[in-house]
Design a protein around this ligand. Structure first.
Ligand code: CA
Length: 387
């Protein structure tokens, strides 16, 4: 009986082993099959998306313009490599294919597939686009990134551009700019009255509200205008680009901070009909490359500006000065007044509720973010000044 039980046990173990072996074989077979199915699917998707796209991108920058035009070209290179040559983008500087300030229309109408610029250039067509560039006394690059990528800012921006058949992603940030070059010292608001200054965007509107004479002019004309006295002051970008333009030879006083442009965002615009024809993987490559180039441009700005600042500090014909605090406070109060008035005028006279909608969304995020920023960046920066 004992022997019988022993053989029975042996038999059960064998049966058990056989079952396990059988189960493993089944698992192996299923896995092998599913691998095969996946491979086939992969082949199918790659064979349907082997189409090669040849696109054109126009920019608002002059040719060889460092960092900005370079950023657009870098984007095209990265997309070409990541897509294994399936998306080839030829980049044209402002004026090479279309004039710089017609980039928006060219992409919107599908004359070209892509554009690189900054949304405040299109203020004449879409005044609310200015909030996606930079707002005087508004958020810096950190806050803008938080708002755009996570706080609903980018979705709002894409909604605003949709009626123009455009898709949009952020692609670059200048960081905090400089206040600009002045031929005489600025001690108070009185010194701004009647001053002819090249200053674009919402900052230009605030400057006008402060009694200044706002002049709009392309970057290429600034040097001559200031040198010959057609204007009394100008802002451009920050030390690196200002030095390259030779602005240190046109005016003595170089003021900071750039209250009017605390971190101007650049945009990658894409014709929406063409965008929708791209396979999903190429769309993702475009989106990821735009993010990478955004970071590259910002890092380039911070790197080159600290070097250029050191060069400017050595120049005897240049004085680097901070705007007086009471002037900055007055400009800050005037900014709120200007934006409120602009929102009301557009709503009541131009039947445009969107400016107010974007303004409210921006302000709501900015005020919450500033609570955190005060405890983080601002408090930390102040601690560095302690002696
Ligand atoms: Ca500027």
């Amino acid at each position: 009986m004992l022997i019988f039980n022993y053989f029975k046990l042996l038999l059960e173990i064998k049966m058990y082993k056989f079952s396990v072996l059988f189960l493993l074989l089944v698992i192996f077979f299923i896995t092998a099959c599913s691998d095969k199915v996946e491979t086939i699917q992969n082949n199918a998707s790659s064979s349907t998306s082997m189409e090669v796209f040849r696109w054109k991108m126009v920019t608002t920058w002059p040719s060889n313009f460092p960092i900005f035009q370079e950023g657009a070209e870098r984007f095209a290179d990265e997309v070409r490599v990541m897509s294994n040559g399936r998306l080839n983008i030829n980049v044209y500087a402002g004026g090479e294919l279309v004039p710089a300030l017609q980039v928006f229309d060219a992409v919107s109408q599908g004359t070209v597939e892509m554009g690189h610029g900054s949304p405040y250039y299109w203020a004449g067509t879409i005044p609310e686009a200015q909030f996606f560039s930079s707002v005087p006394f508004g958020m810096t690059a950190k806050g803008m990134n938080a708002w755009l990528y996570n706080g609903g800012g980018l979705l709002l921006w894409q909604q605003i551009y949709e009626p123009f058949n455009l898709m949009v992603f952020p692609m670059g940030n200048t960081g905090v700019q400089m206040g600009g070059w002045f031929k005489k010292k600025i001690n108070s608001l009185n010194d701004i009255k009647g001053l002819r200054m090249r200053i674009p965007g919402l900052g230009g509107k605030v400057f006008k509200e402060a009694g200044g004479n706002t002049v709009l002019m392309a970057g290429s004309e600034i040097y001559t205008a200031l040198e010959r006295g057609a204007i009394d002051a100008t802002e451009w970008v920050s030390p690196f680009h200002d030095l390259r333009l030779g602005l240190d030879r046109t005016a003595r006083y170089y003021y900071y901070p750039g209250w009017h442009e605390p971190g101007t965002v650049f945009e990658l615009m894409i014709n929406k009909s063409k965008w929708e024809l791209l396979p999903k993987d190429l769309q993702k490559i475009v989106e990821v490359a735009a993010g990478a180039v955004s970071e590259w441009i910002y890092a380039q700005m911070e790197f080159h500006n600290q070097q250029a600042l050191a060069v400017l500090r050595e120049k005897e014909n240049v004085e680097i000065l901070k705007f007086p605090d009471d002037l900055l406070l007055k400009l800050k109060l005037l900014t709120k007044k200007t934006l409120d008035e602009e929102a009301a005028t557009l709503m009541n006279e131009k039947n445009n509720p969107r400016f107010k909608q974007v303004y409210d969304a921006y302000e709501s995020f900015r005020s919450n973010y500033s609570n955190w920023n005060k405890l983080s960046d601002e408090a930390y920066q102040k601690s560095l000044e302690l002696k």
